[in-house]
Design a binder for this molecule. Structure first.
Ligand code: SF4
Length: 357
């Protein structure tokens, strides 16, 4: 028995609720792509195939969501429901929780299954925001994301961001939304509207600010993924940033529907392997990566100093830090590579990590 705590009970209910049974298939949130970043380096963005291999092979997550994560999910779900109600009351909500399911591209193994948040009828409004005209034949999608904290303000809203002063949506969210754009024909036909773009609508639940980015595809249903601010400016790095770090900075390239679909096909190949594929992110950066990321400003001075001084510190990709399968993939944390190459035994690694063995 423990003291009656309705908060804890709600978290229990969230953890144990019946989830909508998945139709199977690959998820839009699992999209990934190799792009050329703002400095011309080939860079993977999006989901790690090794993590997807674990998930799609039914391996139990070793690092599942914590109670705090459930609280954070709840804020996101509650916010989305409330905004839907507001748009419904304004007469512009066309659909919520929109199912996207089916084959995408030419590889029959690439069956995508996911739910996009909201479709609104396109509308005009006055300076106060009141709707003055609703279009019956035009709509747009909304993918709603709640966020919070210093890094969200910097990365997404552009506060104190020298590389992207206008802010930038997260690559994972851009790709997820691009998948919905590729799959939207069925919804256009069903509702009798055109849906030329989606918005990614970020709401910072900590300070109440919000920002939207417009995502569209250069060829309508495929092509380059175009990312703009709400008033139509292309999201691109500030060239002045290049001067400050002594290296030219250019817009990223290679973020295309073809490249994303090629990665899904590659994942389908890897799913046929008996063992997990190579790691695609680093729990602790190797020497080359750490120095390169520091040079282009993707690793802060503090983090770089920590990386230099603490050989056991997990200074690496956030994808690994937050990975549900981290303990499968890196069973002895940052010393896993040394164990795999025979430099250390598991017991020696555990002892170095401070465990009693
Ligand atoms: S820990 Fe990192 S490399 Fe391993 S599966 Fe997860 S994201 Fe991929």
């Amino acid at each position: 028995m423990s003291a009656t705590d309705p908060g804890k009970n709600a978290i229990y209910a969230m953890r144990n609720r019946d989830y909508r049974v998945s139709r199977g298939g690959m998820r839009p949130t699992s999209a990934s792509c190799v792009i050329q970043n703002e400095f011309g380096d080939d860079t993977l963005v999006g989901k790690c195939h090794r993590a997807e291999w674990y998930r799609l092979n039914g391996i139990k997550a070793t690092d599942p969501p914590t109670d705090r994560s459930f609280g954070i999910f709840a804020a996101g779900i509650g916010m989305e429901d409330y905004f839907q109600t507001m748009w419904k009351n304004q007469g512009v909500l066309l659909a919520g929780s929109v199912i996207n399911y089916g084959a995408v591209g030419n590889d029959p193994r690439v069956i995508i299954s996911g739910e996009s948040d909201i479709i609104l009828r396109d509308f005009e409004m006055d300076d106060d925001g009141q709707v003055i005209r609703v279009y019956q034949d035009r709509a747009f999608g909304i993918e709603m994301k709640t966020c919070r904290g210093h890094f969200a303000q910097k990365e997404i809203f552009g506060r104190g961001n020298k590389k992207y002063p206008m802010g930038k949506p997260k690559m994972e969210h851009i790709m997820q939304t691009a998948m919905y754009l590729m799959m939207r024909k069925r919804h256009e036909d069903h509702y009798g509207v055109t849906i030329p773009y989606y918005l990614i609508f970020y709401f910072d639940v900590a300070d109440g600010t919000y920002v939207s980015f417009k995502i569209s595809l250069s060829n309508g249903y495929d092509g380059d993924i175009l990312v703009e601010t709400l008033d139509g400016k292309t999201v691109a790095p500030d060239p002045v940033y290049g001067l400050t770090i002594g290296e030219p900075v250019v817009p990223w390239s290679g973020l295309t529907t073809d490249n994303i679909l090629a990665r899904y096909s590659e994942l389908a190949d890897k799913l046929e392997l008996p063992d997990p594929p190579e790691r695609e992110y680093q729990l602790r950066y190797n020497d080359t990566t750490a120095r390169r990321k520091f040079a282009i400003g993707d690793l802060s001075k503090t983090k770089f100093a920590q990386w230099e001084k603490k050989p056991l510190a997990e200074v690496g990709d956030w994808q690994c830090s937050y990975c549900d399968f981290k303990s499968h993939c890196y069973p002895v944390s940052v010393l896993t590579a040394d164990v795999e190459s025979g430099i250390l035994t598991v017991n020696e690694a555990m002892a170095e990590l401070g465990y009693d063995v």
